[in-house]
Design a protein around this ligand. Structure first.
Ligand code: IVH
Length: 663
């Protein structure tokens, strides 16, 4: 036994050393094959001798049982952030302000990682807790998820108690990979690596986080004096010694304004070539005594600041101006350009709003244009590079007929509209809107799928969503779909039947009735029946509903087709009531029944739990005589055995899908 124990210890030490050299020092010392061999040997030994498995074993990085929620944790020292500044003048002001308190200050300059900050707590050198920033005072416990991040040491090179802060982020390559996967599964893609990192670290199922390839860059120790540290750059060196990845190749020093500007210029050039996204430079007064003298305002430290890069502008060629028709018939010109990476995401189109906008910018097909995208903001065309324009380029000309149905367009104020109510494009847009997140939130039904199903004839009007299940076998054979993806879509449709009234009202696409108005109307009327019967005066009397909205609603219900649509949806069991917090009790197979979920399913446990609870089911953790159903995934444990011995009904995922469809 001792021999095995020694071998396990030896393997763990070897793997930890290899990881440290790879992640923290950027200097791999063994090949991937050698790494895999020792890792697999460790896995084998731990499987055969589970009692010898160590808490800090690298095999623990694959994730564990899914959580039902994140516990709240209080930070021992508040987790603050810096004030942001945006230009050279503000840098100079910051430097001047510091100089009023400190003689000859020096600064550490660090790339500002674009992710989310995470606090790591170690006891005797072992990672015991990881937390998000939250509101700075209370964050969320994300320990299981953070343990899957390979650059986070599970055990430090020194057996000390310490809190470390840094950025959880996703590299550009991993971001592309996650989105390719999302695209394949017809899921919504992440807008940028920061959202991807935040989404992945807030997964209740750490097994999913483990597949996301997150990373961690350490940059701060809250109580450095406890370790004999007297400057920020010593903090960074200490973190590296402990086994953390730090940005030691890019971090810099500055003594004055000029040094700071030079560093920023230099980093702006390197920025695009880095494997991860940075959105600025963090400036910290280096000397900790000086930091103490400067102290804090009521919100932020005075000893540091975050300079944010201006939104990146990237040049590309305008290939086409493509017109789209919205659900109201509005025609929008869109710039279609050669795909370019801007701030971490690949973009290839931007709206040009309307004719006046295009003419004002004088955008012409073939032009070199600059594109800007700051953070989550949708891309926009900034300007045309007129000095690079080819003389032969034709000026823009607005179309006169609908690009889809050829009906002559009409102009209202700045916009052109297709007046044909039967225009196919208007239908498709209406269907996309119906399924969209703020409307019925039928997950998976983005532009592409709605268009595909429309073109194949399965989805030509709103009611068709709720008949799709009848064509499951046919849909599965469509290119790019399989049983799993169709099941996901059908499940999402079923779930949408239980939405509260405001989502349906918004989904109908009544002109001028946005998300907020829809909510107001559902609270006021409580049911679709009452809403449909409302007249102009009643509507007009509701606070915040003006003449235009009231007229538009009356107009909508005057149209027989719309009344018929609502009648059909009611027949299809679509909820027509405002729910507030109420639960749908119409599914007797689920309502007030008790469920246990075990094993690995295709989605996190919370997904199934939420559906069951919305239908009035109870989800508990242990199997007893009172359990009605056990939902079983791959490699279930003893809950499965117990359910069998008690004769409780077992459901697999297919059975679950059948159970929740309430026809
Ligand atoms: S130090 C007291 N260093 O940017 C603030 N922050 O306002 C201690 N960030 O929310 C943070 N890179 O999430 C620090 N090298 C770096 C950073 C960094 C990114 C983030 C951090 C914080 C914000 C700064």
């Amino acid at each position: 036994m001792d021999k095995i124990k020694n071998r396990i210890n030896e393997l763990i030490d070897k793997i930890n050393k290899a990881s440290y050299e790879y992640y923290a020092l950027d200097n791999p010392t063994i090949t991937d094959q050698e790494y895999d061999d020792i890792y697999n040997e460790l896995l084998r030994l731990e499987k055969n001798y589970p009692e010898l498995k160590r808490e800090d074993s690298p095999t623990n990085r694959v994730g564990g049982e899914a959580l039902s929620k994140f516990e709240k944790v209080r930070h021992e020292t508040p987790m603050l952030s810096f004030d942001d500044i945006f230009n050279d003048e503000e840098i100079e002001l910051f430097n001047e302000r510091i100089k009023k308190t400190i003689n000859n200050p020096t600064y550490t300059l660090e790339p500002k990682m674009d992710g989310l900050s995470g606090s790591l707590l170690y006891k005797n050198g072992v990672l015991i807790r990881a937390a998000t920033r939250g509101d700075g005072i209370v964050g969320e416990d994300i320990t299981l998820n953070v343990k899957t991040i390979k650059s986070v040491p599970l055990k430090l090179n020194k057996e000390i108690d310490i809190e470390v802060r840094g950025e959880i982020y996703m590299s550009k390559i991993s971001f592309e990979k996650v989105n390719i996967e999302k695209r394949k599964n017809n899921e919504r893609e992440f807008a940028n690596p920061r959202n991807a990192a935040a989404g992945s670290v807030r997964q209740l199922d750490s097994k999913i986080t483990a597949t996301r390839d997150l990373d961690y860059m350490a940059y701060f120790i809250p109580n450095p004096e406890n370790y004999g540290i007297s400057t920020q750059h010593e903090s960074l060196e200490f973190l590296k010694e402990l086994g953390f990845k730090t940005n030691y190749k890019l971090n810099g020093f500055a003594k004055d304004y000029k040094d700071i500007i030079n560093y920023i210029e230099d980093l702006s050039i390197k920025r695009e070539t880095l494997p991860y996204v940075i959105d600025g430079v963090v400036l910290k007064v280096d000397n900790l005594e000086d930091e103490k003298k400067l102290g804090f305002t009521s919100r932020v430290p005075r000893w540091g600041i975050a300079y944010k890069f201006p939104a990146t502008e990237v040049l590309t060629t305008l290939k086409e101006i493509k017109f789209t028709v919205g659900r109201t018939g509005k025609i929008t010109p869109n710039a279609i350009f050669s795909p370019v990476h801007v701030d971490g995401s690949l973009v290839s189109k931007a709206t040009l709003h309307n004719e006046d906008y295009v003419i004002e910018k004088d955008v012409r097909v073939g032009d070199i244009i600059s594109i800007r995208k700051a953070g989550d903001v949708i891309p926009e065309v900034v300007e045309v590079k007129l000095d690079r324009r080819d003389k032969s380029l034709e000026p823009f000309k607005m179309i006169t007929n609908c690009p889809i149905c050829n009906t002559p367009l009409i102009k209202k104020e700045a916009n052109h509209y297709c007046p044909n109510e039967k225009c196919q494009a208007r239908h498709i847009e209406g269907l996309i809107h119906f399924a969209s997140r703020d409307a019925m939130n039928i997950e998976g039904f983005g532009d592409r799928i709605v268009e595909d199903f429309y073109n194949e004839g399965y989805l030509t009007k709103i009611e068709d969503f709720y008949h799709l299940y009848k064509y499951k076998d046919e849909l599965m054979t469509l290119e790019g779909f399989g049983e799993k993806s169709i099941d996901n879509l059908l499940n999402a449709i079923t779930i949408s039947k239980n939405n509260s009234l405001e989502k349906l009202i918004f989904a109908l696409g009544i002109r001028y009735v946005g998300k907020k108005t829809a909510k107001l109307l559902s609270i006021y009327f409580g049911s679709m029946d009452k809403f449909m019967k409302s007249d102009y005066d009643t509507l007009k009397n509701i606070p915040e509903i003006g003449d235009i909205i009231a007229k538009s609603i009356v107009e909508y219900f005057k149209n027989e087709n719309n009344v018929k649509l609502l009648y059909n949806l009611k027949e299809l069991n679509i909820n027509m009531e405002y729910k507030g917090e109420k639960i749908d009790s119409s599914n007797e197979k689920v309502f007030s029944k008790t469920f246990v979920i075990t094993g690995t399913l295709s989605k996190p446990r919370d997904y199934y739990k939420e559906i069951l609870e919305n239908l009035g089911g109870n989800v508990t953790t242990s199997v007893t005589k009172k359990t009605d159903y056990v939902l079983v995934g791959d490699s279930p444990g003893n809950k499965y055995d117990k359910a069998i011995s008690l004769g409780i009904r077992i459901l697999n995922e297919n059975d679950f899908n059948d159970l929740i469809i309430n026809d």
